[in-house]
Design a protein around this ligand. Sequence first.
Ligand SMILES: [Ca+2]
Length: 272
Amino acid sequence: MDIKPRYRRSCADYLRLYLNLDGPEVNEYSKHDHELCGNITDLDQKTYFSKDRALIMEFHSDKGFGNFTGFKGRYRFIDKTQFKTSGLKKDGFPCSYDFHSFHNNTKGYFFSPLYPQNYPANSKCSYTFYGHAIDERVKIIFMNIQLQQGTDPRNCDTNTDYIIIYDGLDSYARKKQVLCGLRNNELVVSNASNLYIEFRSDSTIQGKGFGATYEFIPKNIIPTQLPYYVVPRKSLLEKFDISKEQFCKERFCFLCDDRVEPTISSSRFQMS
Ligand SMILES: [Ca+2]
């Protein structure tokens, strides 16, 4: 993108994005969600998602001259049902869910609100996991976390958007872990049969949020995650709408868990 830059906080030339439409049309009363101008390197966010089936972009240039090339982008239609949280939504709460272990249903997915769109400002969501008291644990893998980053990426106390995990059924239980910023492939395992997770955001700057898997597992199994150098199989990356490059950003991924036997050969070997 190379569009005339912002002058006194407003864009003379711009690309507007309408992401939260009920249908494929806009009029003079429609409110855009983003107004982009300047160079691509100035953008905090480069990927956008619509709420439903329609997304409209409006490109405008004024009468002034300038030597700017405009914009170019990629688009893709994705199945929104794949981002549905598997649990039971709690009545009266916008983004709180209960997950119960049933003999034929012991695993699923959960997401931050609106994922993969940015989560709303001032979110307060909870995810409560109820395993069988005697013989189960809860295993969570946060595949993708993209929250507003604080001043110190290693210290979640500097973050205003975060995920807190408690080893129990509510926030009075022992605090187990806090996750924030940009992370992926984070494994969390409960000590006992329950787990309580809270997600919070403040009033400014939002991110894509998080997508995670959960599974109720037998207590005697020590769960493992994929080693840090392995990329999860393609179908799982697609499930969370995360690219291999994004997943491997802070890792040195060199093996693929694509469930296909890898081959190795000497140079010029003729495959039969
Ligand atoms: Ca925020």
